[in-house]
Design a protein around this ligand. Sequence first.
Ligand code: 8Y4
Length: 283
Amino acid sequence: MSDSCNPNRLPCGSRFLDLTHPQVMGILNITPDSFSDGGRYAQRDAALRHAEAMWRAGASLIDVGGESTRPGALAVSPIEELERVAPVVEAIAGELDVIISVDTSTPAVMREAARLGAGLINDVRSLQREGALDAAADSGLPVCLMHMRGEPTTMQQDPRYADILSEVRGFLVERMAACATAGIAAERLILDPGFGFAKTLEHNLRLFKHLESLHELGRPLLVGVSRKSMIGRVLGHEVGGRLYGSLALAALAVGKGAQILRVHDVAETVDVVRMLAAVAAAE
Ligand code: 8Y4
């Protein structure tokens, strides 16, 4: 079997993602509030240094995002998003041997990021924006499809589901079908239940408990719970005090078969993954 069709080696542009072991994706936010002024070059260099630190700590993917999806965040124009993301994608692609994931719902950003060396499209809106299916299809890159209902600004206003598990599963099946129609092969897809997106604490905990059920869909799973409010709500900790809760859920997610962990604290999460691998490798 050639590498390009080995299901355990996902082609991501010029690199491959090894799906035989859990992989850590480091979060890199390029929003004006995350790196204070100093101009665009200073912002690009600060982002590159942060990416390099996460790569050295063992991240095989860096998720670069220029649009805040926090509830209540202001919308960013496609041009502003492109101006934030493109220089950082270009800099990382030129400097680091890492897979760049571009966290975007904007077709123009998908196209430009792919041209500049991105290896994965991470769209919290699952390619539902006008033109996004075609942009992703043309890029040839894998895509992470994530469950969300509505838009980030309003999604936490009293979310209700008859059954969160079948709702998430049904949504992902529908988006996989839309991808197939657009010419994006199932082999290019990664699936994500979208923790914290249009979900109450009870929804998030139930989804996590039954994460294994999403393996039925036959694609690798990405889990993003790092520092999220579901941890804050259970433990009563502000965002700075959520590391141990995040690591507990990282270990549990790997135990439930998740292939990719999207995290802020790369070094700590890599220790968790390595420790689990050591036990798994024992006689
Ligand atoms: C503290 C820090 C509290 C961060 C909340 C947050 C996911 C994602 C986000 C996810 C995928 C976030 C872009 C939200 N979450 N992409 N993106 N999966 N695939 N909030 O779960 O990190 S942003």
